[in-house]
Write a protein that binds this ligand. Sequence first.
Ligand SMILES: Cc1ncc(COP(=O)(O)O)c(C=O)c1O
Length: 168
Amino acid sequence: MKETQEKIFERDDKNYLPVFSRYKIVPDHGEGAYLYDINGKKYIDFLAGIAVNVLGHNYPALVDAISKQAAKVIHVSNLYYTEPQANAAEKLVKLSGLDRAFFANSGAEANEGAIKVARKFCHQTDREKSLIITARHSFHGRTLATLNLCRKVSTTLTTTISKSLKAR
Ligand SMILES: Cc1ncc(COP(=O)(O)O)c(C=O)c1O
């Protein structure tokens, strides 16, 4: 018998460390723009991975590409070169008109990369130029640096983090 969503909430709540609130929905599968929960309820998926991987669900070309790659090698260290990475970097450089592509594992890491590049660039002309401005109520990730840029986080927390990050 299929597990009920209440049972999944219960098991998840017991074992998963909550760091943000979630909707009580258990997506099961999707088809194009539609998402179905484990009870068969149909949704139009306007969210995807919060604007990440907005590729539609069960897209045959994508399922085929991921399946083929998973059957070859699914994860190797970035200490090696891989053909898919060389292909993806080349494509991104061509499409963006920029010089290089940087790959990250998460939004927070991508933002950390952007912060480092901005600081490095500005420090070349003026070492005092290190202020990063963010919008009110914005979210930029859960690493220490990106958490400092989230305007939802209390001042006490950000101040504490800033202080603890200072080199001694
Ligand atoms: C604007 C923005 N920046 C950063 C992040 C963090 O992404 P991740 O959870 O992949 O680190 C998110 C995630 O929702 C985001 O919406």
